[in-house]
Design a protein around this ligand. Structure first.
Ligand code: FES
Ligand SMILES: [Fe+2]
Length: 330
């Protein structure tokens, strides 16, 4: 299940999309999942396939916090337990289960754990999504690519002056000389990593990105004395589609009237990325040796190392030292 994306927490969509009394079907990493709210309003998630005859549970209805299958009206609670089997009062209900998954509602988002394991822990949620104070804007867009290409784009600083020459890269672009040099640092953190880039040692060109395993980036935009962050979550839908959730958080100009302006800007920047990222072939990032890398690819190579060693975990795994060496030989 959840091919190459198993046993991780991921945000899947905005929590406001899950209404009381209405099932919400979503595809996550190739699996059909149905979300619904239980009798306390808490979000729940089941495999969107009835264990009786395989029907999509999301075609059914939610009543008293239980999900009813549209075929023979079996009722499932949020844990997947069968609460009623019509016409079969003698059914051994305690042996009948739908597959359930841990789900949380934090920071205005629905979070799903892509496994059924008991020891899933809790999702790692960046502070700017939950703290009181900042104004936040939310945007969801679908990209026609594998989530790994989208994630690498979000961790990639050297494209900014070129892809975003008219937006966030417009201050750096005019300062670039033919012999300009970008330096990229990488630091492991408890939740993933942190990368900082500067051009020609100019502090004004600096950009700091945080990576939250497996699929979130937080960009820290320097505004003196203020908080200004952009979060991008690359949610795998399937092998060819990715749901991008883009959340801005700011401690200044917090009037909600201004939200459409900030969202407009985030959408424009995301569309600049989309135009190039959707053209990358193959859609899923290949092992490092199958593409040429250079020194400024440090952050994306770190992501690729994690992806192949942890999520793919197959025979294509390469040793960390090989990756470092590969990145520095060009
Ligand atoms: S297929 Fe769902 S109850 Fe029969
Ligand atoms: Fe970009």
């Amino acid at each position: 299940m959840f091919d190459r994306f198993a046993n991780v927490w991921t945000a899947v969509t905005l929590a406001k999309h899950l209404k009381v009394g209405k099932p919400l079907p979503l595809e996550v990493a190739g699996e059909k999942i149905v979300f619904f709210r239980d009798e306390k309003g808490h979000p729940r998630a089941l495999l969107d396939r009835c264990p009786h005859r395989g029907v999509q549970l999301s075609l059914g209805k939610v009543e008293n916090g239980c999900l009813e299958c549209p075929f023979h009206a079996w009722k499932f609670d949020g844990s997947g337990a069968v609460k009623h089997v019509p016409l079969n009062p003698d059914a051994k209900r305690e042996r009948l289960f739908a597959t359930s998954f841990p789900v949380r509602e934090v920071g205005g988002l629905l979070w799903l754990f892509t496994g059924t394991g008991k020891h899933c822990g809790e999702p790692e949620v960046p502070s700017a999504l939950t703290m009181v104070g900042p104004a936040r804007t939310y945007l969801e867009i679908e990209w026609n690519t594998h989530w790994t290409r989208a994630m690498e784009n979000m961790l990639d600083s050297p494209h900014v002056p070129y892809v975003h020459a008219g937006t966030i890269g417009r201050f750096i672009r005019p300062r670039l000389r033919d012999d300009s040099r970008m330096d990229v640092t990488w630091e492991e953190t408890a939740f993933g990593g942190k990368t900082h880039s500067t051009v020609d040692d100019d502090p004004g060109s600096g950009a700091t990105l945080e990576w939250y395993r497996p699929n979130m980036m937080v960009l820290h935009i320097p505004v003196p004395g203020e908080l200004f962050r952009m979060h991008a979550i690359c949610v795998p839908i399937n092998a060819t589609r990715t749901r991008m959730i883009i959340i801005g958080a700011r401690s200044f100009a917090t009037l909600s009237l201004l939200n459409p302006l900030f969202n407009y800007s985030n959408r424009r920047i995301a569309n600049e990325d989309r135009a190039v990222v959707e053209s990358s072939q193959p859609l899923e990032v290949p092992p490092p040796r199958e593409e040429i890398s250079v020194r400024t690819d440090r952050a994306t190579l770190q992501f690729r190392k994690y992806y192949f060693s942890t999520l793919v975990g197959d025979e294509r795994r390469e040793e960390p030292d090989e990756l470092e060496e590969h990145a520095t030989t060009h």
